[in-house]
Ligand binder design. Structure first.
Ligand SMILES: Nc1ncnc2c1ncn2[C@@H]1O[C@H](COP(=O)(O)OP(=O)(O)OP(=O)(O)O)[C@@H](O)[C@H]1O
Length: 368
């Protein structure tokens, strides 16, 4: 579905800018939208958060990924003030929220729009009424609320469903309503808590495309909490991997995907990063073949293998892998074998000279 640029996009942007220079002030304009510094939250012996330091810049989409029990929910609860850290600071738009009273937290919570796995829509209210609810709580006049809800439903491509009830919507449509509602109060941050986990892959892709569209057109900062690398890959600029309450890896998505360092990252990437199927590896090794795994990021990923063939004067065989495109980068991961006549050291030297990371497995000695 294509969502055309609408007045709401300009309106949300203009409003966000006004807030920045008036309500929040110059300090906030320069500060990250979210900043955590040395945040600890222990439950007895369990370190749910074990010294988390993290910043989310304005306009950035940050994916926080971790397995079950890694500390994601505790992090979310700390961000919206439902949980207080034992130690450390949490700043939202430059303001430390850790010492604030419940009353002081209320306006700050409105700066964070949230979307959830199970949508959390009110079943007795129509789609438009659900979107208007945060504005009603804010005290916005009814006519203004209706106009803003209509604009937001236009933004998420659901104008035709304004008067429908949630029970008449598909999961993807419900999440679109959730997104419209989360944006109603013009938040500084959209916090997505496993928002696509209950959706099928196609609907997930359309929701991620919508989030990316909103991020691009409105400059909205988005924090995605997920256990799925596909979600991070689809929409995030940067990914932070959380494990046992610690950030074990943090970097641009293309970089982490092409060269994961932490064991947790490698394991989480397992399903979507090509790895040589064991049966193929075993068969090749039994046949005395050397398998090279070759990782390369950049435009050369597309030309590297033909160039290697020319260098060696012999055909090489691609047995697994290919080129992925992440954040505009070509991320190549290939598994190749060389003919027995080719020089393995020459191949490795050539690939390394062209910036590839190479590992040899199998009957390496046969070639040397
Ligand atoms: N209120 C609590 N009391 C005791 N232990 C807790 C509490 N909340 C969280 N924990 C523990 O802290 C750790 C982190 O939990 P958390 O719910 O933050 O993980 P998670 O990454 O959100 O997991 P999931 O993806 O399964 O929701 C877990 O070991 C959990 O058992």
């Amino acid at each position: 579905m294509t969502i055309t640029a609408s007045a709401i996009a300009r309106d949300v942007l203009a409003d966000a800018d006004r807030r920045e220079t008036s309500d929040i002030g110059q300090r906030a304009a320069e500060a990250p939208v979210v900043r955590l510094d040395g945040v600890f939250r222990h439950f007895g012996e369990t370190a749910a958060l074990d010294g988390i330091s993290l910043s989310v810049r304005k306009g950035e989409v940050l994916g926080i990924i971790g397995r079950s029990g890694a500390g994601k929910s505790t992090l979310i609860r700390c961000l919206n003030g439902l949980e207080r850290p034992d130690r450390g600071t949490i700043e939202i738009e430059g303001r430390d929220i850790t010492g604030l009273s419940e009353a002081e937290l209320q306006p700050l919570r409105r700066r964070i729009g949230m979307i959830f796995q199970h949508f959390n829509l009110l079943s007795a209210k129509t789609v438009a009424e659900n979107v208007m609810l945060p504005l009603k709580i804010e005290g916005m006049p009814r006519a203004e609320r209706r106009k803003r809800a209509a604009d937001l439903l236009d933004l998420v491509g659901l104008s035709a469903k304004a008067d429908a009830y949630p029970s008449a919507l598909s999961g993807g449509q419900k999440q679109r309503v959730g997104i419209a509602r989360a944006l109603a109060a013009r938040p500084a941050l959209l916090l997505s808590d496993e928002a696509t986990s209950a959706l099928d892959p196609e609907t997930t892709a359309s929701i991620l495309a919508l989030l990316k569209d909103i991020n691009t057109r409105l400059g909205l900062t988005i924090l995605l909490i997920t256990h799925e690398m596909e979600v991070v890959r689809g929409v995030a600029d940067r990914v932070a991997v959380i494990d046992a309450g610690k950030i074990v890896e943090d970097g641009p998505v293309w970089s982490v995907f092409s060269d994961p360092k932490a064991a947790t990252t490698k394991s989480l990437l397992g399903a979507i990063r090509p790895s040589l199927p064991p049966a193929i590896g075993t068969a090749l090794a039994a046949g005395g073949e050397t398998v090279l795994s070759v990782d390369l990021v950049g435009p050369e990923a597309a030309t590297l293998l033909p160039a290697l063939s020319i260098e060696l004067g012999a055909p090489i065989r691609l047995v697994h892998g290919g080129i992925d495109h992440i954040q505009g980068q070509s991320v190549g991961r290939f598994f190749i074998t060389l003919p027995a006549s080719a020089s393995l050291p020459q191949a490795i030297a050539f690939l390394t000279r062209h910036g590839a990371h190479v590992e040899a497995t199998g009957h390496v000695a046969d070639h040397v």
